[in-house]
Design a protein around this ligand. Structure first.
Ligand SMILES: *Cc1c(COP(=O)(O)O)cnc(C)c1O
Length: 228
């Protein structure tokens, strides 16, 4: 099932890219494997999937202990400062830098193991209280400047989660806001390339609005079952 889902999804991504004059190789699919086990991940690997996303440090570490660098790991969840070292040890990319102090902590942790950590700044574009991400533009610039100059950080772009709604215009607004923000920063001298946006329910709009990284879980692995 996972192999079929991946094939279906990759075909759709290619079609959407073609319709929008975009190159499919510029849109990276990250399979969000949170709450799914090694078996599911192995099925995806066998089907050719190479990038995986996790949102909890502990879960990522335990999967990393088994799979190591056989795949590329993306940390996409809320990152507590005391868990930073685990994310830095395992994740090629951290998508969820949502505060200045978290950026400092990631720099410190990366320096310790002489790593240059790829990071994205998470922006709250939805206005939803429950979601994390930076809202204030001055603060975004302050964090971007820090990450850009930090010796052990490689700032690649911006990430967002669209509002949870059926209103396509609201979703589109959130993604286009992120794209414009990236362009504004680039006008100020940065050269950010990545826009991490688009999940199972909104990846089509995300591609239309310029996403370069899609984080997709349920369309690949099925509905997640959360144990309380
Ligand atoms: C779970 C999660 C996803 C994937 O969500 P789906 O709707 O299952 O595709 C993407 N991004 C983040 C940050 C997530 O936590």
């Amino acid at each position: 099932m996972i192999a079929e889902n991946l094939q279906f999804l990759n075909n759709r991504i290619t079609q959407i890219c073609e319709r929008n004059n975009r190159k499919p190789e510029n849109v990276k699919l990250i399979a969000v494997s949170k709450n799914f086990g090694i078996d599911a991940i192995n099925q995806a690997i066998k089907a050719g999937q190479f990038n995986f996303g996790e949102n909890r440090a502990q879960e990522l570490v335990s999967k990393f202990e088994i799979l190591g660098n056989k795949v590329i790991w993306h940390f996409i969840g809320n990152l507590q400062k005391n868990k930073v070292k685990y994310a830095v040890k395992t994740a090629e990319y951290i998508h969820s830098v949502d505060s200045f102090s978290l950026a400092e902590e990631i720099q410190k942790s990366s320096a310790k193991i002489e790593k240059v950590q790829k990071v994205l700044i998470e922006i709250k574009t939805s206005g939803e209280e429950t979601k994390s991400g930076v809202t204030n533009k001055t603060e975004v610039e302050r964090i971007a400047e820090y990450c850009w100059n930090a010796p052990n950080l490689d700032l690649l772009g911006l990430m967002t989660i669209a509002p949870f709604t059926n209103d396509k215009n609201l979703i589109r607004k959130s993604f286009s806001y992120l794209r414009n923000l990236k362009e504004e920063l680039n006008d100020k001298g940065y050269s950010l390339k990545e826009l991490s946006m688009g999940m199972t329910n909104d990846y089509e709009i995300a591609i239309e609005e310029g996403a370069t990284m899609l984080r997709i879980g349920s369309a690949i692995f099925g509905e997640r079952i959360y144990n309380q």
